[in-house]
Structure formats: C-alpha cells, structure tokens
Design a protein around this ligand. Structure first.
Ligand code: ATP
Ligand code: LTN
Length: 335
C-alpha cells in the first residue's frame, strides 16, 4: 500500500521585534516538535508586520534574524519549507479574493484589531483591519490542516475557518478547513511587569518580556524584578496569584514538570528564591539557542539560500491553490 502523503501544517511569526519566551513557548517550540509528523511550512510574516509602523532597516534585520531563529529553535530546513511571506505574491493575491467574502463587521470585532487600534491610535489603517484576512490567505493557500499558534490567535483561526467554509459553500470544495494546535497551560504567557497583560514583543516596557536574545544577566534581572503577588506562598492560582502562576507556567514549560511538581519544589521557599530558580532554568534553556542563532547569523549566504529555496517550494503549492480559486470565481484564463 502506498504511504499517505503527510498532512500540511502552516504557521508564521511577525518580524516585529525580538522574539519573546511567550512566542517561543506558545508557538515556535512546537514548530520543530511537529516537523516529523506533518509537512510543515513556516513563514516570516513581513506583510503582517507593516500593519503597524516599522523602521525599514529594522524590519529587514528582524526578517533575517527570525528566519535564523526558527532554525536555531530546531526547525530543520531540509524537512520544512521556511520562507519570507512577501517572497510569495500569492499571499496578497488570495487576500484580495478573500476580501470580497469578508465583512467589515466581523473584522472590526477582532480583539487584536481593537487592542492594536487603541495602542496605535495615530495609525489605524486598512491593513490592520485586514490582518486576519491575510492570515486566512496564508493558511488556506497551503491547504493546511493544522496551525500551531498561541491562544491569542484562536479568534483569527476561527475567522480563517469561517472564510474557508464560506468560500467552499459559494464556489464548491476548494480549501482544507484548518484546526488550531494550542498547548494547554502555556498558550498565553503573561507580561512579567503586569501579569494581567499578554507578554508582547512590542511592549514599551522591556522588563515585561524576556527575549531569546537576552543574555543570562538580563534574564536573571528581569525575573528578579517580575511582579509577584501578596502573600508568600508559591501556589498556582490565576485569580489570586496571577504573577506567581505565570512564573510557575514558565518554569514548567522549560523543565517539563507538572504544576504540582513545581509547587512541591518551592514548598516553604520564598519568592526571591523562586524567581531566581525560574530565571536560571530559562537562562540555561535559552543559552544553546542563542549561541546557535549567533552562528547562523554569521552565515548570511546560507540563510539567503534557505529562504530562496523555501519561497520556490511554497510558491509551487500556493499557485496551485490560487489557480483553482481563480477558476472557481470565474476569472478568464485565456487559451
Ligand atoms: P506583537 O507584539 O508585535 O503583536 P506578537 O508577539 O503578539 O507580536 P507574533 O509574533 O505574530 O505576535 O506571534 C507569533 C506567535 O506567538 C503566535 O502564534 C502567537 O499566538 C504566539 N504568542 C504571542 N504572544 C504570546 C504569549 N504571550 N503567550 C503565548 N503565545 C504567544
Ligand atoms: N497573525 C499572527 C501572525 C500570523 C500567523 C499566520 C499565525 C500571520 N500569519 C498564519 C499563524 C498562521 C499574529 O498576529 N500573531
């Protein structure tokens, strides 16, 4: 019997700044874990990044850094397709078609649109509102069955599913309808400075996040400063102790321990000792990734080759889907 072709998986990260441990635990570390089971495509979402203001030189640098970081986090370019979103124009072409079945009402209700509109009140642009339609195009172009994302993207994935189903109903079966893949307890890592807010790489307070490029001293300092809660007991309780619970989640994500196991490790110990231990676990885990990232960034020719091959492989799949879409909607193809 012939082997079944592997199911497809797609995910992307925006090159909008240094990648945080939130991005890593919520999404990126699953990228490598899933690469044997699925045919994986991972993109650097530069088209998405410009929906908020980016310094052009920084965007260019972050794009290369993020591609290298995927590899440093264990994504194997020989097994997966790694590319830069703007190198495959089909993403914009499918977005246009999907725009004609997406409603402004549903887009203006998206939590991320509302958050980012409030944070960037001087730049509420059409691209910001269209961000989830471009994301739907990313996913649907590759007929992806699975999309590893953090909890904050689940609403966008629901919209992707709605648009896929809407198109299939109107024009006939065209798109695979994707499922999210979200780790349970670590899908939403909170800010170290304010544990009621999601950890975000675009936070103006750098003490709120730890990046994969922070050195050991910076990591230890940020954890020592992390906001904890009143009381003195290290116990998981997101209502009463959001700060401590967030640190426990991070500790478990990097050690593989259960929450109960972690609580036992710190029974009778104070917050100071706890925060130092979490910092050390994170610094130890990130050190090899940081070293590998540095090595990769020194070899620009290799990275350029990976993204070129990736874009070619992605385009082959993307244009097969786009041709089907153009035919279904009735675009005249000539002879
Ligand atoms: P920005 O802060 O610029 O809006 P972001 O970090 O929220 O960026 P992306 O870089 O596109 O957004 O996110 C990449 C992946 O990381 C997504 O799958 C997202 O769900 C996940 N992610 C982002 N923040 C967190 C977090 N705090 N906890 C868990 N997962 C997260
Ligand atoms: N919209 C996401 C990033 C993103 C993405 C994707 C995630 C763009 N395209 C496709 C998963 C699949 C964000 O804002 N974090």
């Amino acid at each position: 019997m012939e082997a079944q072709p592997k199911r497809k998986l797609f995910s992307a990260v925006q090159p909008s700044g240094a990648v945080t441990i939130g991005n890593y635990i919520g999404a990126i570390r699953n990228f490598a874990a899933l690469q044997d089971e699925y045919a994986c495509l991972y993109a650097v979402a530069d088209l998405h990044a410009i929906t908020v203001k980016q310094e052009p030189a920084a965007l260019r640098r972050h794009t290369l850094e993020l591609l290298a970081l995927f590899i440093a986090c264990g994504v194997d370019p020989e097994k997966c397709t790694l590319f830069v979103q703007s190198h495959v124009p089909a993403h914009c072409e499918l977005t246009w078609v999907l725009n004609t079945i997406a409603y402004p009402g549903e887009l203006s209700r998206m939590t991320q649109f509302k958050d980012k509109s409030a944070r960037h009140a001087d730049n509420v642009n059409m691209g910001l509102m269209d961000h989830p339609v471009l994301m739907a195009a990313d996913i649907l172009l590759y007929q992806a069955a699975l999309v590893p994302v953090g909890a904050d993207q689940k609403q966008h994935l629901e919209l992707t599913r709605d648009l896929g189903i809407r198109f299939n109903n109107r024009y006939g079966a065209t798109f695979t309808i994707p499922e999210p893949f979200t780790p349970k307890s670590t899908a939403r890592i909170m800010s170290l400075a304010d544990p009621t807010k999601k950890m975000s790489k675009s936070d103006e307070n750098p003490n709120g996040f730890v990046t994969l490029d922070d050195d050991r001293d910076t990591i230890l300092r940020k954890f020592q400063r992390a906001v904890t809660d009143s009381g003195a007991e290290v116990r998981y309780d997101t209502e009463e102790k959001p700060g401590v619970s967030n640190l426990l989640s991070i500790y478990c994500a990097f050690t593989g321990k259960t929450i109960e196991g972690a609580e036992r490790d710190f029974a009778g110990k104070g917050y100071g000792e706890f925060k130092l231990a979490v910092g050390e676990v994170v610094a130890d885990a990130l050190a090899p990734i940081r070293a590998e990232h540095g090595r990769l960034l020194a070899d620009k020719a290799y990275l350029n080759g990976v993204m070129k091959r990736g874009a070619e492989a992605a385009a082959r799949i993307a244009y097969r889907t786009l041709a089907k879409v153009y035919r279904k909607v009735g675009f005249y193809a000539g002879e």
